[in-house]
Design a protein around this ligand. Sequence first.
Ligand code: SF4
Length: 220
Amino acid sequence: MKIAMLSDLHDGAAEAYLPERLTKASLHDSLQDCRGCPLWEHATQAVPGEGRKSSRVMLVGEQPGDREDIDGRPFVGPAGRLLDEALEQAGIDRESAFVTNAVKHFKWEPRGKRRLHQKPNRSEVEACGPWLAGEIEYVRPDFLVLLGSTAAQAVLGSDVRVTRIRGEVLTDTPLAAHVMATVHPSSILRTRDGDRHDAMEAFVDDLRQVARLVSASRSR
Ligand code: SF4
């Protein structure tokens, strides 16, 4: 497993659109002009990360969903509500975390009147890497939590399987002092009813581990 350097993430085609000076406003405004891959064409808008510059925890998902595409904010749909619940159970205040995605435009296919999520491919994830790099440089989080395979593979390489490294805390990485991969909350929504409770518990346990490390590092 090779953890990306910031320079690796900056290699993507979106680099040409990144602002010179990274601020909340410049990251938001420049993102809307990005044409680093074709995904902008069918999306309502690009969805930047959200949270305070002082956030110690950055949560990275896959891409905006239908609701996020319309609202322009990350994790405000059903998976976001589940994430909020899991964060609360784990003792992490969402307001104190920076929440973003590996890919900033919604990729979808029409199914009747609905827009169905489509997984971004490797070249789209690589193209969008500079935005994630810019957000990491802007926030400088101590804890990078990768939600699901797209985020994990963007940062830890395309060979990574979340099922194998889930909950393992990698330390002193080039991107953050701690990096951990776990599942994406949407996978819990897709779990059958009988298994959903256990899936949620396991997800909350992963986040509790992050909460414990944050708390331990504060008391040092
Ligand atoms: S998905 Fe990323 S690289 Fe592609 S157009 Fe949107 S912001 Fe740019």
